[in-house]
Design a protein around this ligand. Structure first.
Ligand SMILES: C[S@@+](CC[C@H](N)C(=O)[O-])C[C@H]1O[C@@H](n2cnc3c(N)ncnc32)[C@H](O)[C@@H]1O
Length: 265
């Protein structure tokens, strides 16, 4: 809210104020912004928001235990702190441009827009960029929502039907998983047969309560796919991340009518 007001005032002040005055205003805004979020009053609102989001996410929980509950709570607290503490908001990261570029190279060129699920998108920036640069519609999923395209949920048990998406996209979110194998099997469940999973994940970094997995390499990441069949279409490893785009190979499931006709033969 505060950010929206400031952002809409920037063009007005930007055109009339000298540079030094604009810098002073910006410093003052940042100071007041941080003070507001440090106040005991705001802390109470913040804690209530964390509790109510945790309840909402835990209603869809994949596992009922205290370790998982503590994980959800601390992940939500960290995510909300990150977004509220950034006075200018979070824009688009370079990594989004990189991973979307990778994904674009393998997207089929059809008239039909690809349905892309962005897991852990944080805000609308990733969704906007994908919609602007690819022939795609987007659905976001995160532990909180700042945009009506983003559903509140947890990557371990997402509230969507099997095979719903042409692409499941996860940029710097999988390292936050509680159970990385479970999260990957959700990606796999939600991607349609022959669909795509695009992942970028940091490596060689310091782990914490919220940044929990260092897969080390592409093969380290792929190990977590277990027996879920896939083909690697593109991969890249740098000192800081691995990036892969995978084609999902699913065996055709037997439909109810197939099963019936087989048993009545
Ligand atoms: C580092 S941010 C990445 C944001 C964006 N994808 C990007 O590349 O800039 C990680 C995001 O994953 C979300 N996240 C963490 N754990 C999650 C979970 N279990 N389920 C869904 N989202 C989660 C966080 O709330 C946060 O918004």
């Amino acid at each position: 809210m505060i950010r929206t007001i400031v952002k809409s005032c920037i063009p007005i002040f930007g055109s009339v104020l000298p540079k030094a005055a604009k810098q002073k205003l910006w410093q003052g805004y940042k100071f007041l912004y941080v003070k507001t979020f440090d106040s005991a009053f705001y802390q109470r609102i913040f804690n209530r928001r964390v509790d109510s989001l945790s309840k909402e996410v835990l209603q869809q929980a994949f596992q009922q235990d205290s370790d998982y509950e503590a994980y959800v709570n601390c992940q939500i607290e960290k995510s909300l702190l990150m977004v509220t503490r950034a006075p200018q908001g979070w824009g688009l990261g370079e990594r989004t441009v990189g991973l979307v570029g990778f994904m674009q190279q393998v997207l089929p060129s059809t008239d039909q827009p690809a349905r892309v699920l962005c897991v852990g998108c944080r805000n609308g920036a990733e969704l906007d960029y994908i919609e602007e640069t690819c022939n795609a519609t987007t659905q976001g999923l995160d532990l909180f929502s700042q945009d009506n395209r983003i559903t509140v949920g947890d990557m371990h048990a997402m509230p969507f039907a099997n095979d719903s998406f042409d692409v499941v996209y996860s940029c710097h979110s999988l390292e936050h998983a509680f159970d990385i194998k479970q999260a990957i099997s959700e990606f796999y469940r939600l991607a349609r047969p022959e669909g795509i999973i695009a992942i970028e994940i940091p490596i060689k970094y310091e782990l914490s309560d919220t940044d929990r997995w260092d897969v080390g390499s592409v093969s380290g990441l792929l190990e977590h796919f277990g027996s879920q069949s896939h083909e690697v279409l593109k991969q890249e490893t740098s000192d800081e991340h691995v990036r892969v785009v995978i084609r999902v190979r699913k065996l055709a499931r037997k439909t109810t009518s197939n099963v019936k006709s087989a048993s009545t033969r």
